[in-house]
Design a protein around this ligand. Structure first.
Ligand SMILES: Nc1ncnc2c1ncn2[C@@H]1O[C@H](COP(=O)(O)OP(=O)(O)OP(=O)(O)O)[C@@H](O)[C@H]1O
Ligand SMILES: [Mg+2]
Length: 344
């Protein structure tokens, strides 16, 4: 599937906008605040029915307006066109959404099956330089979007973890016996194993991509491996009760980028950090293709800030077969074959 046309009405800063895209590389060029990111958000919203994090749904409608509509014309591999449409209506601060494929109203799930996108923005660098919880969130969000079983297991794990931590706290206060933990231990280990296995597969996949291997960029999975032996270990249990938290499991995992031997978190230049993250982004694309047999549309906001000509060319070579939509404040020499959409 590729996106051929986009029509927006009262979406964010755009009262009326109609754009046509090429099947390969597209660059949306325009000055600051003209509404480039808003266009990517519209495409992201059509694919996911969610605003870009951390935005609010109610802010998507143009200020002072009550109704908005987004239309996407997609073309499948047989050349057939599919018309997708979301209507938004604001009623007393509540935003209602209606989904249509062609003229038929459908539910959210049917609608979301139509096409996939992957979104990149400069702030994603926080995957490398931010906190471990941020990294876990990025990995979880991605794996959940590809695999509903992962999403379900994650939700169950988090519930069991909360329960167990509550019990630890009560045991610490002398209100409960430690035996009360036993039933929770077993399911915690079961879901923990599943989540850590899936995370491990994704990281392994990333590390085996040729281009990344050549540059010696690796993602190291620092797994806080939780086993039944460990969770039954007396010394570990004493520490857990003392602190009132479960010390091992996916909620304590971390993921570290290495360039050669050096952790990019501490030693990487901004350009290296950005390129490493872009490679991870492209691995997500490849993983998505492998698991869902679908080719996602790549949305990249302000991609070229801080990338030099060599890295830009490297990146360009890796997206030859993808429909890609990039925003930029100026045109680049390097990307002559791109379709340029100039916003005035
Ligand atoms: N719901 C809304 N109603 C009206 N205007 C909005 C709404 N949401 C955002 N805007 C406006 O859209 C503009 C920002 O658009 P956007 O972020 O897409 O710009 P941009 O072209 O990506 O800029 P930059 O180059 O700085 O990233 C702002 O001026 C903002 O006020
Ligand atoms: Mg922007």
């Amino acid at each position: 599937m590729y996106l051929k046309k986009l029509r927006l009405k009262n979406f964010r800063s755009w009262p009326n906008l109609e754009l046509e895209f090429s099947q390969k590389l597209n660059i949306i060029v325009g000055r600051n605040a003209i509404g480039k990111t808003n266009i990517l958000e519209a495409i992201y919203f059509l694919a996911t029915s969610r605003p870009l994090p951390p935005h609010q749904l109610a802010d998507l409608i143009k200020n002072k307006e009550k109704v908005s509509s987004l239309v996407a014309v997609l073309v499948d591999i047989n050349g057939y066109e599919h018309l997708l449409n979301i209507n938004l209506v604001l009623e007393e601060n509540l935003l209602r959404q209606a989904f249509f494929i062609g003229k038929t109203r459908v539910n959210r799930q049917q609608f979301l099956d139509e096409f996939r996108v992957l979104f990149f923005e400069p702030a994603d660098l926080h995957f490398i330089i931010g906190s471990p919880s941020r990294r876990r969130r990025v990995i979880d969000r991605f794996l959940s979007s590809v695999d509903w079983q992962y999403a379900k297991a994650l939700a169950t794990y988090q519930k069991v973890l909360r329960q167990r931590n509550n019990l630890l706290y009560q045991i610490k206060n002398g209100q409960l016996e430690t035996t009360r933990l036993w039933p929770w231990n077993k399911s915690l280990v079961k879901y923990s194993n599943y989540l850590q296995r899936k995370r491990g597969e994704l990281i392994e996949f990333f590390n085996h991509q040729q281009e990344r291997a050549k540059r010696a960029v690796r993602l190291e999975y620092q797994k806080a491996y939780l086993s039944l032996e460990l969770i039954r270990d007396e010394k570990n249990l004493r520490q857990e009760i003392e602190r009132g938290i479960t010390l091992w499991g996916p909620h304590r995992d971390d993921f570290l980028f290495l360039w050669g031997d050096l952790p990019l978190l501490r030693f990487g230049s901004r350009g290296q950090q950005r390129l490493a993250y872009l490679w991870f982004f492209l691995s997500q694309r490849d993983w998505l293709k492998k698991v869902t047999q679908r080719q996602p549309i790549l949305l990249l906001d302000d991609l070229f800030a801080e990338l030099d000509a060599e890295f830009t060319q490297l990146f360009r070579d890796s997206i030859q077969n993808d429909q890609t939509i990039i925003t930029d404040v100026e045109e680049r020499e390097l990307l002559k074959e791109a379709k340029v959409i100039r916003l005035e």
